[in-house]
Design a protein around this ligand. Structure first.
Ligand code: GAP
Length: 454
């Protein structure tokens, strides 16, 4: 946990992530991305889009509305069964997830995902599992707590309709299957992707941005023939893993975890877990959803979801392989993976974020050695900011300025000195090796483009 607390503190002090509604003492489990954090998260989202849309010939992006017709959630099963098994402690009135209590009590050796509510209650009684808050063992029975946030829509009190904030972006992709297929003349197999906000009234949010009530998802649904679906399921497992490696993740910090208990519609499902400072936790999911989603939307909307295969003349409802990852949970993993405290030869320690250069918030910092070089430095800033996010800093010693950039993971620092005025050359310092080379200002843009390419 040591590093986790340090990362949370660094995020606040360096403009990466702030507590939400900070000046009002916050609102539990809400977080605001600051000027540095928003760049990092946007770059991660761009890298994802590039991999799963731009470079995937048969995948198409959409941006569906957060609010959807409530029948969507009836069809998807969320209204009836998107819930967590919760128990209240009768003594201190705190609310807990029964599955989490069992997992903690058994130190992971028992998998509550395979248990019914009755079996979980029996385990808790038999093993004398007590409230982690007050230590008493006086529980209410398990009740299923629906995680969807609801609100009402309508201009008059009588005409109010119950609507939900979407708990996943996936349904926007399913309900647009026909629109995308027809408008883009798409042929199965093809994919629909989107990035957007999702909301869940989580029973146990926490661990910084790991589990929150508002978060962003990056989801991709691959529509395919049933007889090819397992092949694509395995391909997406690999693609999801390769994407993480491309962002600089150490393979030793990643592992696959196959689900023992499958959702009623799923044929296969697995997570990729990341070794967060809090332990191994789910980072993303790959789910073989069969033809459940499109069949249910056909049933509830009355619109045919049959696809006519132009090659075989067969009519069928495609299967779906889903890949889903939280943008915030991935950003948190990237922060944990990048964080490093490095002992230097002079005995000092520097904190450095080793972000992959392509997702680093700022690509380059422009630092005049002295304030009277600022005109020339601003000229360089102006050139570079046409291409990259550039940080300009002339306050404090050059050593302190390097440290500040290390802490936000800026891959390169360009220093303007008195030689720059004579020969138009600058020094570029590499964040990771701290080595410096000299280049002309004309060479800078191409040099940096190559270094930060994704
Ligand atoms: N459409 C499938 C789906 O939503 P999920 O496993 O519930 O599947 C997918 O969520 C991903 O969304 C998770 O792997 C995680 O990265 C992210 N996620 C889910 N709930 C979250 C929460 N409360 N806070 C942050 N991220 C969350």
């Amino acid at each position: 946990m040591g590093n986790f607390d340090k990362i949370v503190n660094l995020c606040k002090s360096r403009g990466i992530i702030f507590p939400g509604s900070d000046i009002y003492d916050g609102l539990a489990n809400t977080w605001d991305y600051g000027p540095v954090g928003v760049e990092l998260k946007n770059n991660i989202k761009r890298a994802w889009w590039k991999t799963f849309v731009q470079k995937s010939e048969n995948s198409f992006g959409i941006d569906a509305d957060i609010f959807m017709n409530s029948k969507v959630w009836d069809a998807s099963g969320h209204t009836a069964s998107f819930s967590d098994p919760k128990m209240d402690c009768k003594s201190c009135k705190t609310r807990h997830r029964a599955d989490n209590l069992i997992e903690a009590d058994s130190k992971g050796s028992v998998n509550p995902d395979t248990m019914t509510n009755e079996q979980m209650e029996a385990y808790i009684k038999e093993h004398h599992v007590c409230c982690p808050k007050c230590g008493k063992c006086d529980w209410t029975p398990i009740r299923n707590f629906n995680l969807m946030f609801s609100t009402s829509r309508g201009v008059t009190d009588e005409g109010q309709n119950l609507i939900y904030l979407r708990p996943e972006t996936a349904q926007g992709e399913f309900v647009n299957f026909l629109n995308v297929q027809r408008s883009m003349r798409a042929k199965v197999p093809f994919g629909i992707a989107q990035i957007g906000k999702a909301f869940r009234n989580e029973v146990t949010p926490g661990n910084f941005t790991f589990r929150t009530i508002e978060f962003e998802q990056m989801e991709h649904q691959w529509f395919c023939r049933a007889d090819e679906s397992m092949k694509y399921y395995n391909e997406f497992k690999q693609k999801a893993y390769d994407f993480l490696l491309s962002l600089g993740f150490n393979p030793e910090h990643l592992r696959f975890h196959d689900h023992d208990k499958l959702a009623h519609y799923a044929k296969a499902a697995c997570d990729i877990q990341y070794l967060y400072p809090i332990g191994w936790e789910e980072l993303n999911g790959i789910h073989h959803r069969g033809d459940w989603d499109l069949s249910r939307h056909q049933e509830f909307s009355g619109k045919s979801m049959l696809y006519l295969d132009p090659y075989t003349n067969e009519k069928y409802i495609p299967n779906v392989v889903e890949y889903s990852i939280g943008a915030d949970r991935l950003t948190l993993a990237v922060l944990c993976e990048a964080y490093d405290e490095e002992k230097l030869s002079d005995g000092e320690t520097r904190v450095v974020m080793h972000f992959h250069p392509s997702i680093a918030p700022y690509k380059v910092a422009v630092l005049p050695l002295q304030k009277n070089l600022s005109d020339k430095a601003r000229e360089v800033y102006k050139i570079l900011s046409n291409y990259f996010m550039v940080s300009y800093d002339e306050a404090g010693s050059i050593g302190k300025r390097y440290r500040r950039q290390d802490e936000i993971g800026t891959p390169m620092c360009v220093t303007i000195d008195f030689d720059t005025l004579n020969d138009n050359t600058v020094t570029i310092r590499d964040r990771d090796t701290m080595e410096q080379i000299r280049l002309t200002i004309n060479e800078l843009v191409d040099y940096i483009i190559k270094k930060v390419a994704y």
